[in-house]
Ligand binder design. Structure first.
Ligand SMILES: CC(C)(COP(=O)(O)OP(=O)(O)OC[C@H]1O[C@@H](n2cnc3c(N)ncnc32)[C@H](O)[C@@H]1OP(=O)(O)O)[C@@H](O)C(=O)NCCC(=O)NCCS
Length: 356
């Protein structure tokens, strides 16, 4: 049998996550993401994915301390960063920098995972500020992982923004055998190392069919501008056979649970920006229109719809989007690499020769 793109083929067994596209459900190690995002921090969920259990108080303190200690970028890596051409895209920079890390193999895969998860935001923020000709902000060891990320990017400590970003990062940490996770597992299955697996994953994440960008959603809402234009703009797009960005998903046939959870986090903000109000109204109206125009397809909002809201609320550059997404998904990549290593079979599918 031939399955292009391995569509429908079950290639691994995993305990890391489960997606029910019909019910709109996503669990990490058996726990609904809504609960994880409500009750746990980035550090706790990352620990849970890596180590199979939630940390007790002592483990939590130790894990947090490690993540703080590993934040600074080693000097030799700073040297490489400084040498990279300014026009080099951020994802290319991240892929190159991660592959340059010298992590002693004797320290083991867990230690390597913690180091990479910890230093990743520092590299993003360093490069971002370097390109904007802004002074680079060193990590602040009094802040937790996400507050420190926001601080290194913007220079401000803003707990509301950190809370919103933390929700996004937790909700996108893990999503089954997506292309980048598969790439990481294939690499580690050759008994290669974690650096190589994460480098493969980053190269895969870079592609527009995977890493995506919220720019389409931002453009849509900018075109709509005011509530009374929603109906007209959406109908016009559908008549022109255009896709409505931020709607529809290959797996989810109802609202993407990550979009719903992100929306809930955003709605808890004390002051909602006007932009969010327009996004919510557009969502409601568009779903109704899609039900009428495309009754055979179940089209609801996907995670990118509200990811766009996050980027806009935090005034973050679009150029950061895939990198920030990778800063959470790196946890899933590491957890999958560990799972693969613990029960390894080399990936080696066959190709069907069709003549030349
Ligand atoms: C995400 C996506 C690629 C998944 O698509 P899919 O499940 O493979 O569905 P298909 O591309 O086979 O489309 C099936 C039908 O639904 C329609 N459809 C799917 N998404 C649509 C959207 N966002 N707007 C309008 N129609 C859409 C298609 O036009 C097609 O209709 P047709 O059979 O009448 O031609 C698709 O929904 C899409 O392009 N969405 C917009 C881009 C986006 O938000 N991407 C981020 C994903 S996280």
């Amino acid at each position: 049998m031939y399955y292009p793109g391995l569509k429908g083929v079950i290639a691994v067994q995993t305990s890391l996550s489960n997606i029910d596209g019909e019910k709109g459900m996503l669990t990490y190690r058996g726990i609904e993401i809504e609960r994880l995002v409500e009750k746990y921090s980035f550090e706790e969920v990352a620990y849970f994915l890596l180590y199979r259990e939630f940390p007790n108080e002592e483990m939590k303190v130790r894990f947090k301390e490690k993540l703080i200690n590993y934040r600074p970028i080693p000097n030799y890596i700073v040297g490489i960063l400084e040498l990279m051409p300014k026009e080099m895209p951020l994802m290319d920079v991240l892929r190159t920098i991660i592959s340059s890390f010298n992590l002693p193999e004797k320290d083991g895969i867990y230690e390597a995972a913690e180091r990479l998860i910890s230093v990743f935001p520092t590299i993003i923020a360093y490069r971002y500020r370097q390109l904007k000709n802004l002074p680079v902000i060193p990590p602040n060891s009094s802040l937790d992982h996400v507050n420190n990320f926001v601080y290194m990017l913007t220079g401000n400590i803003n707990s509301t923004h950190a809370q919103i970003l933390e929700s996004y990062l937790i909700l996108t940490m893990e999503h089954g055998l997506n292309a980048s996770t598969f790439a990481a597992r294939v690499t580690i299955s050759t008994e290669s190392d974690l650096i190589s697996a994460i480098t493969s994953a980053l190269g895969t994440m870079k592609g527009p069919l995977h890493g995506g960008a919220p720019s389409g959603v931002i453009a849509l809402l900018e075109e709509i501008k005011t509530e009374d234009a929603i109906c007209e703009v959406i109908h016009k797009k559908l008549e022109n056979k255009e896709r409505i960005m931020g709607f529809g998903h290959r797996v989810y046939k109802t609202t993407d649970p990550r979009a719903l959870a992100l929306k809930n986090t955003i709605m808890k903000m004390d002051e909602l920006p006007d932009w969010i109000d327009l996004a919510v109204k557009t969502e409601i109206e568009t779903i109704e229109i899609l039900k009428q125009v495309k009754p055979d397809h179940k089209l609801y909002t996907n995670v990118e719809y509200y990811a766009a809201a996050i980027m806009k609320t935090l005034s973050l550059d679009e150029s950061l989007f895939t990198a920030i997404f990778s800063s959470s998904r790196i946890v899933g990549w590491c957890a999958h690499a560990i799972e693969q290593q613990n029960n390894n079979t080399l990936f080696r599918p066959n190709a069907m020769y069709i003549g030349n």
